[in-house]
Design a protein around this ligand. Sequence first.
Ligand SMILES: [Fe+2]
Length: 564
Amino acid sequence: MPEKTAYRLSDSTVAEPLVNKWVAWAHVLPPVPGSLHLLHYQIRILKSYLEDPQVHVRTCQNPKLRSGPFVDIPAERAGEVSEFLSATETRMSRNIELARATIEFQNYLVREAHGLSLDQYYGKLPEALRGYVELVYDYHHRPSVKFFEGMLYKSEYYDKHLQSFRLFRQRRDNDRAFIMSTPRLPEAGLIDWELPFESAEVDELFKLQVKPQPLGYVRELLGLRPAEEELLRPLLSTEPTARAPESWHGAEPRIRYFGHACALIEWNGVSILTDPYIGVVPTEGGIARHSYKDLPEHIDYVLITHYHQDHFSLETLLRLRHKIGCLVVPRSTGFFYGDLSLKLLSQTVGFKNVVELETMEAIPLPDGEIVAVPFMGEHADLPHGKSAYVVRTGRQQTLFAADSDCLDARMYEHLRRSLGPIETVFIGTECVGAPLSWSCGPFFPVKPDFTLEKSRRYKGSDSHRAQQILEAVGARRLYIYAMGLEPWFEHMLGLAYSDDATQIKESSNLLKLAEEAGFETAERLFGKREMLLPAQAHNAHAPHLEDGPTLQPVADSEDEFVFD
Ligand SMILES: [Fe+2]
């Protein structure tokens, strides 16, 4: 008798992608950044943990410190951590060698080469780098090692067999350990599905959301024995799948907010999703949210602003891969190995249609377009690929600025001259940011000193700088987003804002400034929201700086602004 009951993924099921048991994010997969991150972050913090596990455990109990380099694993499991470390050092010995050779050779080259031909240094390359690099100078005749990134994905330094998914039910939003610092050791009752991310079976699993299948089919897909069905059953549901929302054809562009920097723009039958991270629905409840079931059957474009883990989330992207038409990523130059190519990374994990947009390059839509625009700041002055986007829907233009810092308002004035007024702006005010080494520390051949750490941070605009953007582009509607406020981002960012946090105060001040300037809308988004933009733009035919609301500083105060 064929099995009749069909199962879909439960709304609370998470499939966390892992590489060698660490959560997969952009610094973990590409061979050079991944090897440096392995040696100088993952291995280093495991060794630190093994010296004094209690210190790590206690530190992780402090919400303000849990996003630091502390392993959140009970001290009684230190033996397992020690075994995991040894196994890692064995199975990833080539990556460790690549990391060591990269740093040592760069430092050697900087000491030795001062502008004369680099030809002689190819013979001095360590074996680990041979054939994978070109030696170059910058225009100040400072030497550098430039990697053939695409070739490294085809080398022994990229092992897709280290990839897996951990499947589990999310009980509460905040019960996952911080993704960067804590490997996922084996846990009884959870399923570890070992297969490369690129596999077609991955899409088959996630299609269960809309195409339920018999239990036996799902079990075989995951390679489980019949006796393991009991592990699988809680991850599945027999409740009928809600139909995917119909595509939106209303006269007004519709925007749905999914949390943090994730927004779904629908208009004219086209759907665009920004920086996807979708929260599942925990079994013990939580705040209202749009989740996977609220996404359309097909997403035409996904726009990625930058590779930080809260904007380029492989957990969500791999789950949506089967329904994404085109993945749009910022362009990288490849000169710095930390300026990793999201295009190569995405293609390597199975995305077929990935587009890397140049600044001001556009993708045409029916009576609209997606334009890649500059995204300044937020990367501690490192030249890593980033892009903001202007989405034009008929006569409306909306800027998704993510964590942009308004380092020079003139850029936004140029933007307005080129594109016309941008009436709706989505921007965050995470204006404190982590210090220089927080994520890129493993990449530096020489450790930055304290002065550099203090000065250079991963910070976006404060209210003053965000206000300059609003003024320059002629905005009338402000949505503050990308603040990491939703509880389902805690394991990813560990921001733990208090009510008097600078970022929150700055966002409140920005709302006040916008209200005083007569904005139609000024909101700080949280959880779940749906809005319609007006079909007609206020000033679509007058792209001049004088036309929009203008905010000017009060003469004797840097903190207050009045509408002029
Ligand atoms: Fe960021």
